[in-house]
Design a protein around this ligand. Structure first.
Ligand SMILES: [Mn+2]
Length: 329
């Protein structure tokens, strides 16, 4: 944040990318479909421009994203510059090895309203459903070729960030992009990809969901709901971090819930909290109070210590407050 960040459009982002060589593409820790799809899409775009790049992530890419990663092998090289995709804040890079950890980010391509402008240049559309939607429009604006590989990356990014096109962030631009992708590549395995992304769960995950829903807590006459996944439960059921992806949506399945809180206890005693909002509530504001961030309808934060009961009680109280704030608008 010490240097100023310049917000740039497609044309300027394109001429910037054009001048680069040996690009390290950084995506966020606990990688999801959008940052993986977006990171690999940028790799394919740079290939079209004759520029060598690779995707770097602090955590391994989960196997269900094999449609994106299959057939891609990165060359080994010392990066000359760093570009980030779908990363709202540099602390979301996670635990990277040293040259990358403090890297100067030349360009960030993002869609998070909470972007902290840590990069020197930001190609940004906070209205876009996904970083992959931003990249789709970039490809169109710059008359790049929408290859099959790009189509797969971008489809998965948009599908996952919109919960298979069910969230309110799935706007006209997203549907237009997906329509164009489907028209250009009608034979991609969309149904199989959707099933892998949104339907299939491991047995451990099924058991986890059942346990969490059985112990769900409500406040404010059922308008706030909280689920708590203790470190003990997670280790007993042997669910991986990747397996817990999406549990944040469970509290919102209950009719009447307007703020859904998911508390995940880490082994080190800290808590990773995900917030989800129904209509009329802004959970990004609630996350900000705890130095977190995200979108109006989906945000996250970390609480570093405390007893589980106190942490949950405080979050329920804070949510009640933001519920009332939302009503006043
Ligand atoms: Mn995203």
């Amino acid at each position: 944040m010490t240097e100023s960040c310049k917000i740039i459009g497609c044309g300027e982002a394109f001429s910037l990318l054009h001048q680069l060589r040996d690009v390290n593409i950084l995506i966020h820790r606990s990688p999801d479909g959008d940052c993986i799809g977006g990171g690999y899409a940028l790799y394919h775009i740079l290939r079209q421009l004759g520029i060598r790049s690779r995707v770097t992530c602090a955590d391994p890419i989960p196997p269900q994203f094999h449609d994106i990663t299959d057939g891609v092998t990165f060359e080994d090289f010392t990066p000359a510059c760093h570009v980030s995709v779908d990363v709202a804040d540099r602390k979301l890079f996670g635990d990277l090895p040293d040259p990358d950890r403090n890297a100067n980010i030349l360009l960030c391509i993002d869609h998070h309203i909470s972007n902290t402008r840590y990069a020197r240049n930001l190609h940004w559309d906070p209205e876009a459903s996904a970083a992959c939607e931003v990249l789709f429009r970039f490809i169109r604006a710059q008359k790049l070729t929408l290859t099959r590989e790009l189509a797969v990356c971008l489809y998965i990014g948009m599908a996952t960030d919109t919960g298979c096109f069910q969230y309110s962030n799935a706007g006209a631009g997203c549907f237009e992009a997906v329509a164009e992708i489907k028209r250009a590549f009608p034979d991609l395995p969309y149904a199989r990809i959707n099933r892998e992304m949104f339907v299939l769960k491991t047995p451990g995950r099924i058991a986890l969901d059942a346990n969490l829903m059985q112990n769900i807590r409500f406040a404010a006459d059922g308008r706030v709901a909280l689920i708590f996944a203790s470190a003990e439960l997670l280790s007993r059921l042997q669910v991986t971090d990747d397996d817990t992806d999406g549990i944040a949506n469970l509290p919102m399945q209950v009719r009447g819930v307007e703020i859904g809180i998911t508390v995940k206890q880490k082994e080190d005693g800290s808590y990773r909290i995900s917030l989800r909002a129904g209509d009329h509530v802004d959970v990004s504001a609630m996350a900000k109070r705890y130095d977190g961030g995200g979108h109006v309808k989906a945000a996250g934060l970390t609480i570093h210590s405390g007893m589980p009961e106190a942490v949950c009680a405080e979050l329920l109280e804070t949510a009640k407050e933001f519920l009332t704030a939302g009503q006043a608008q």
